[in-house]
Design a protein. Structure first.
Length: 122
């Protein structure tokens, strides 16, 4: 029977950053006996998702399912991704869009200035 090598002691770290750097560059096998590990559960954990009822047109749902099938993902997961992307775009680009429209309005000549140019030309 082969004897298992002695485990190395886990070093003490001065900061979380130092510990993170250590584990990113070292293998855990000399330090941890994974044969003694056990699966743990969280029976009191509350779900971070909420169930809703959403009515969609049948054609839209069929298209969503076809897209999900092409990507080999569940259609509800794809819908969550689409919604998250759109909400992100709406919340983060609102300022950019309003700034862009303000610039456009500043560059756009007013009716009065267009009339004055026409008089000067003609």
């Amino acid at each position: 029977m082969t004897k298992r090598p002695a485990r190395k002691a886990i070093p003490t770290f001065r900061s979380e950053v130092e510990e993170r750097n250590f584990w990113e560059t070292h293998d855990t096998s000399p330090f941890v006996d994974w044969s003694q590990a056990c699966v743990s559960g969280f029976p009191n954990r509350k779900s971070s998702t909420e169930t809703i009822s959403l009515r969609l047109p049948a054609a839209l749902l069929a298209e969503l399912k076809a897209l999900a099938n092409k990507r080999d993902v569940p259609y509800q997961s794809l819908l969550k991704v689409f919604l998250a992307e759109r909400v992100d775009r709406e919340t983060h680009n609102v300022n950019a869009l309003s700034a862009r429209s303000q610039l456009r309005n500043e560059r756009r000549p007013t009716k009065k200035s267009r009339t004055n140019r026409a008089r000067l030309r003609g």
